[in-house]
Ligand binder design. Structure first.
Ligand code: PEP
Ligand code: MN
Length: 353
């Protein structure tokens, strides 16, 4: 249950409500309060509440309204908010702001898997912009399977991303791997990426939720995560105070080895019924093979995704990370064009950079 508190409620009414909730739920089912769209809300795990208890809460003078949500995730649920959330990315003082979500504007996020050098990033940033992308991606801190693989340029990578934004106007997204790095990364990035391996790193989710700038967070699906686990991970960020969450389907582990992951496109229309959060698709990690990326990009948009995130390299065969799944800027241009056509067929508009 989500309880929205009335504006200008007195402290006496507030304590009466707290006493009522304690009486109903006891210690066993803690309440959680947060701010959503400038309104205080209290979230209650209400699996067992009877009608009488619900009526008592609904009729309390401190309460504006209650919404009963029958899923474990509450604030991110479609039951709580029927209209799709639109997440504002970027800030006019340092780039071209972009919106993600809603029915009309799928975005294309593109760039290298990893920031490798100044020249590589600036050249790629200009190329992806020219190809029609609206947001630049690039990893500065890379979660690598082996400790001997390229780990990213770290702080220097963040500074290069900021320089690329300055040059092109494109907002930038980059991964953050540990809670202590949320604030430093958010100083440079316009979107914080939480990677598949960290989807259930709860201290990291909490830190991203408490980020003082409330930077949008792109939460990638864990490669062995169920949809409910993924939505509950998003709930952590929102419950901690940051409603700006974008989900990213990037494929899950399967028994087959022809593709790196199994891109679960059925989750896109399914998530539409479960959550108001925007969902984007990553066909690069979702397939691991560049020749499959254009087709799966088209499929993702046709399935109703709010955008794509694509790995692009000027010379994929020499990339320090994930070259096998990286497309060239020329191929990106074709993907953007096809995305545009599918959007028109679906009656949606395309955001032009
Ligand atoms: C990435 O997008 O850079 C990445 C590491 O992806 P994932 O977390 O989905 O593996
Ligand atoms: Mn990658």
């Amino acid at each position: 249950m989500i309880i929205t508190i009335r504006d200008q409620v007195s402290s006496e009414e507030r304590s009466q409500l707290a006493a009522l909730l304690y009486q109903i739920t006891g210690n066993a089912r803690p309440t959680h309060s947060t701010i959503i769209e400038a309104r205080e809300v209290i979230v209650l795990d209400d699996g067992q509440l009877d009608t009488e208890a619900c009526t008592a809460i609904r009729n309390h003078s401190a309460v504006e309204r209650i919404v009963q949500v029958r899923t474990p995730y509450q604030l991110v649920s479609a039951a709580f908010k029927a209209e799709k959330s639109i997440i504002q990315v970027g800030d006019a003082s340092r780039g071209l702001p972009v919106s993600i979500g809603g029915d009309t504007q799928p975005v294309v996020i593109a760039g290298p898997c990893a920031v490798e050098s100044r020249e590589q990033l600036l050249e790629t940033a200009q190329a992806v912009k020219a190809a029609g992308a609206q947001i630049l991606r690039g990893g500065a801190f890379k979660p690598r399977t082996s400790p001997y693989q390229f780990q990213g340029l770290g702080l220097e990578g963040l500074q290069l991303l900021a320089e690329a934004r300055e040059l092109t106007g494109l907002p930038v997204i980059t991964e953050v791997m540990e809670p202590e790095m949320v604030e430093p990364v958010a100083e440079y990035a316009d979107i914080l990426q939480i990677g598949s391996r960290n989807m259930q790193n709860f201290p990291l989710l909490f830190a991203a939720g408490r980020d003082s700038r409330r930077r949008p967070v792109m939460l990638k699906r864990g490669f062995a995560a169920t949809i409910d686990e993924w939505l509950l991970a998003a709930e952590y960020i929102v419950a901690a105070g940051n409603p700006n969450v974008i989900l990213c389907e990037r494929g899950i582990r399967s028994f087959d080895t022809h593709t790196r992951n199994l891109l679960d496109l059925a989750c896109i229309p399914l998530l539409r019924t479960l959550t108001h959060l925007p969902v984007i698709v990553d066909p690069s990690h979702g397939t691991g093979r560049r020749e499959l990326v254009p087709t799966m990009s088209r499929a993702g948009i046709a399935a109703g995704a709010d955008g794509l995130i694509l790995e692009v390299h000027r010379d994929p065969n020499s990339a320090l990370c994930d070259g096998r799944q990286s497309i060239t800027p020329e191929q990106l241009q074709a993907v953007v064009h096809e995305t545009h056509i599918i959007n028109q067929l679906l009656g949606r508009k395309m955001l032009v950079a």
